[in-house]
Ligand binder design. Structure first.
Ligand code: NAD
Length: 448
């Protein structure tokens, strides 16, 4: 590992990665490789998570191809040094901001969107002119292999390298002197990353998780709310960082909404979702066992079927859940939707303020004032009004958490900025020199 980092440092200091033509060329190579490897990526995702081809394309591959297209189109203007205003006190000089690559970056990825979440930060790192070491998740070994083969096939390891392994590999990597660490994963490990990075004051981006609520008020369009919540919750079997973790619904419309949710689940996944060949499985035994414990935390009004051998849990809705139930104490990260009710929106705001700041929040209501109230009264990474997840899929919006759901953001231009240091430079003139600032300009003044 030390060898790789040293090689990358040397390569970085040749200045090659700073050349715009080099960056554009490497991004295009990456785009072509993703296209070439598409069948292997889809097969690997099927093996690791039973993802369907449709879901693999829409949530992993398609997103990355769009991101590269957008980045290559705008990179020239992003990478240009920008002129800044100059104050009167600096008369005669010119002020500039140079976006500068950090150097050698470390990208640690999770297993839930194992291809997307390893490659999306890499696009930002390369666009900004950095070298990168990528550590994919050990829980999705087939995808990890494809990432390794694909990237080794197109990049020299002095520029982009892949290191496979679990926590021990991450721990060893963290002993190296990286110039930037981009981590996606759990809050627990995020704290370890930040603590380790603090020892060398290495800057970090932490893309973490948390309990993201979906709030449905009494005036919401319930048909659409049901469809969009079911889609956002059960895609990838609930193993999505921004999935609605739990449902908070106005007590007057709870029964109607739950009926619509049940109907939508049947429509999307069939009478027996466990037999649906495209329904994603739970990534590991450990995760499966943790999730089935939650099934006792309320009344199962939809789903609840499990298959331990195939690690499947059907889309499940749990009614009558209490705030202090175990399922409400941690991020669920699986296909279980607890339902709680509220009589007044103000109570909801107070309750959520007491909890760690969520990564996402979804509010369903036709009332513009209430929409604004939710946006302004609650801290959360980002979210949607009357939808779920889609804020994540826009290159125009920064994606990231706040507080315990993360630090920093990326996607589109924000990925470039995330991996760039803004270096401020004043270019001073040598034609004149204003003497006021020098001690000898105070001649005649008594300095005490
Ligand atoms: P995780 O934190 O267990 O693992 C993430 C990565 O960290 C893996 O590559 C793993 O090998 C490594 N790791 C594990 N233990 C480590 C240690 N002690 N030291 C250093 N590295 C270590 O997360 P996960 O289970 O792979 O992913 C699920 C979590 O990720 C959820 O909390 C989810 O919300 C979050 N997530 C967040 C985003 C986002 O964009 N904000 C996206 C996907 C997932």
């Amino acid at each position: 590992m030390n060898g790789i980092v040293q090689e990358q440092k040397q390569f970085f200091y040749t200045g090659k990665t700073r050349e715009l033509s080099f960056r554009l060329h490497q991004l295009k190579k990456l785009r072509d490789a993703i296209r070439r490897y598409e069948p292997d990526i889809v097969t690997a995702l099927k093996k690791d998570l039973n993802k369907s081809e449709f879901e693999s394309y829409t949530t992993e591959i398609g997103f990355l191809l769009e991101e590269i297209k957008y980045t290559t189109k705008h990179l020239k203007s992003w990478a240009k040094p920008k002129k800044a205003k100059t104050p009167l006190t600096h008369l005669g000089s010119q002020s500039m901001i140079y976006p500068e690559p950090y150097g050698v970056t470390l990208i640690i990825a999770p297993w839930n969107y194992p291809f997307h979440l390893a490659i999306a930060p890499l696009i930002g790192a390369m666009a900004a002119g950095n070298c990168a070491v990528i550590k994919p998740s050990e829980f999705t070994p087939h995808v990890s292999k494809v990432i390794l083969q694909m990237l080794e096939g197109i990049f020299e390891r002095e520029f982009v390298a892949v290191v496979e392994g679990g926590p021990e590999t991450s721990t060893a990597l963290l002993q190296e002197r990286f110039d930037y660490i981009f981590f996606t994963g759990s809050v627990r490990v995020g704290k370890i990353i930040m603590e380790t990075a603090a020892k060398t004051l290495t800057p970090v981006t932490l893309e973490l998780g948390g309990k993201s609520p979906a709030i449905v008020d009494r005036d919401a369009n319930l048909d659409l709310a049901a469809r969009r919540i079911v889609w956002g919750k059960f895609i990838n079997a609930g193993q999505t960082c921004v999935a609605p973790d739990y449902l908070l619904v106005h007590e007057d419309v709870k029964n109607e909404l739950l009926e619509k949710i049940k109907e939508t689940i049947r429509k999307f996944y069939g009478e027996d979702p466990l037999q649906n060949p495209d329904y994603a499985r739970i990534v590991s035994d450990k995760h499966f066992s943790r999730l089935i414990e939650f099934l006792d935390d309320g009344e199962i009004v939809a789903g609840g079927e499990t298959d331990g051998e195939k690690q499947l849990i059907s889309p499940t809705v749990l009614d009558g859940v209490k705030w202090d139930s175990p399922v409400m104490q941690e991020e669920i990260f699986g296909p279980i939707l607890p339902v709680l009710t509220f009589p007044e929106l103000s109570g909801v705001i107070e309750t959520i303020r007491e909890m760690p700041k969520p990564l996402a929040l979804y509010f369903f209501s036709e009332n513009k004032e209430k929409q604004e109230k939710i946006i302004h009264s609650l801290p959360f990474g980002g979210g949607c009004i009357n939808d779920t997840l889609i804020h994540l899929a826009s290159p125009y919006l920064p994606f990231g958490g706040v507080g315990s759901s993360g630090i920093g953001s990326y996607h589109g231009r924000y990925s470039f900025e995330c991996f760039s240091h803004q270096k401020s430079i004043v270019k001073q003139t040598t034609r004149t020199d204003f003497p006021f600032r020098y001690p000898d300009s105070k001649n005649g003044l008594k300095i005490i």
